[in-house]
Design a protein around this ligand. Structure first.
Ligand code: ADP
Ligand code: MG
Length: 278
């Protein structure tokens, strides 16, 4: 048994916010497929779909009609995440579904107390469960902006995982995101870390792709995962079948890349735990 004090510092449940204020960079794809890959290596995973668009919910085959208690109920009405969670087709992977009403919470919570901590308070309910019984990872799929939803995600998270598309403005966008993480660290969540930056839609034949990857690595060094997610048509086809790509086509390059990313993520978390114990 580890020291309970260590568990408090590095609790059994790890909460990762999949964030980037730019749209179309691979947040949802990463949340779904990293979540699936983590479940495949034995973790117990909950994906929280915090985007009013609900792409993670649809991509995991949970249609509107099956979304009874949603993340909107959790954030606005204080429903529990355990009640919102629905099982996906994959053992070990649950989803707390989105709701289009999430797009209105900025107004709805305008004068509410602890408006930035709604998700954190809900996750505290999950953390209270005994080790081994509950989830080992929560992945939060953020909307493409730095609004109250993303702030809730960063206030609730242990660490941020940033998908970055190998495109021209990637570095500017990343610098802005890092500034936001600093702001959240200075106010709402002093312990927020960067889990890592994952390069997505990487195309080896494209010079720009290679240039951006090498620029990002030279600026952010070790923070960038070794794994790069290749641009792969199987990855983009899978959501229309309501399946993670690992279920749709386990052997394609995209699936193999997400498995390799999952191993890096778990390795980093283990490393942190060991470091925290000393
Ligand atoms: P975000 O959630 O950041 O807006 P998405 O994950 O929805 O981004 O991805 C944007 C689009 O790019 C989607 O159509 C998705 O299917 C596609 N896509 C994401 N990753 C890949 C990839 N590795 N290969 C090919 N298409 C991808
Ligand atoms: Mg998305």
């Amino acid at each position: 048994m580890s020291d309970p004090a260590d568990q408090r510092r590095y609790p059994a449940l790890r909460v990762l916010s999949v964030s980037n204020q730019q749209g179309g960079v691979g947040k949802t794809t990463t949340a779904i497929n990293l979540g699936t890959a983590l479940a495949a290596v034995g973790e117990k995973v909950l994906i929280v779909d915090l985007d009013p668009q609900g792409n993670a919910s649809t991509g995991l085959g949970i249609p509107r009609g099956q979304r009874k208690v949603t993340v909107y109920d959790v954030i606005v009405h204080g429903a529990s995440l355990a009640d919102a969670a629905v099982a996906t087709a994959l053992p070990g992977l649950d989803l707390a579904p989105s709701d289009p009403n999430l797009s209105g919470i900025e107004m709805e919570l305008a004068s509410a107390q602890r408006r930035s901590f709604r998700l954190r308070d809900a996750i505290a309910g999950l953390r209270a469960r005994a080790e081994g019984e509950g989830y080992s990872y929560v992945l939060i799929d953020c909307p493409p902006s730095l609004n109250l939803l993303t702030v809730n995600a960063m206030a609730a998270a242990d660490a941020v995982l940033v998908p970055l598309q190998c495109e021209f403005f990637a570095l500017e966008g990343l610098t802005q995101l890092m500034r936001t993480v600093e702001l959240v660290r200075g106010s709402l969540n002093p312990r927020l870390e960067i889990q890592g930056v994952v390069l997505t839609m990487y195309d080896r034949r494209n010079r720009l792709s290679e240039q951006v990857a090498s620029d990002v690595r030279s600026h952010f060094g070790e923070k960038v995962y070794k794994t790069m997610i290749p641009r792969n048509v199987r990855v983009s086809e899978a959501p229309s079948f309501g399946q993670p790509v690992l279920v749709y086509d386990l052997n394609c390059l995209g699936s193999q890349a997400y498995l390799s990313l999952a191993r890096e993520v778990v390795g980093r978390e283990r490393h942190r735990r060991v470091a925290a114990a000393h």
